[in-house]
Design a protein around this ligand. Structure first.
Ligand code: THU
Length: 130
């Protein structure tokens, strides 16, 4: 992974709205249009209404007109590794391929690389709805 994706995820974390958990998370996607789309977690006083960094980045990507995640980086200030939560895995999978690489980072860089298939084995898939 090139440094720009890591730096984008790390910089995105600064935009987290996490007054309740005080747990900022940043995500960055390199999309099929070659651009980087970023996101941070956005919490809400009504706690279940908040959402994670990954869907913020996915929303930016979709609204930017891109269709596929080429690679993605995730970072959390307070965790050495921040594997995306279960719901985020399904959301990422919608726009990724089995071999799409997901980078788990700390403030120094990439600490672990996983493919989408490793991150979400046996994922929900069907042709019946497509
Ligand atoms: N969070 C993320 O942004 N991504 C994840 O994959 C895990 C959790 C956020 C949600 C919440 O704002 C905070 O981290 C604490 O759970």
């Amino acid at each position: 992974m090139s440094q720009d994706l890591f730096e984008a995820a790390r910089d995105a974390m600064a935009f987290a709205h996490a007054p309740y958990s005080k747990f900022p998370v940043g995500a960055a996607i390199r999309a099929d249009d070659g651009k980087i789309y970023t996101g941070a977690n956005i919490e809400n006083l009504s706690f279940p209404q908040g959402w994670c960094a990954e869907p913020t980045a996915i929303g930016c990507m979709v609204m930017g007109g891109a269709k596929k995640i080429v690679e993605m980086a995730v970072i959390a200030e307070k965790l050495a590794l921040c594997p995306p939560c279960g719901g985020c895995r399904q959301k990422i999978a919608e726009f990724a391929a089995a071999d799409t690489r997901i980078y788990l980072c700390d403030e120094t860089g990439v600490k672990k690389t996983l493919t989408m298939e490793e991150l979400l084995p046996l994922s929900f898939k069907t042709d019946l709805l497509g």
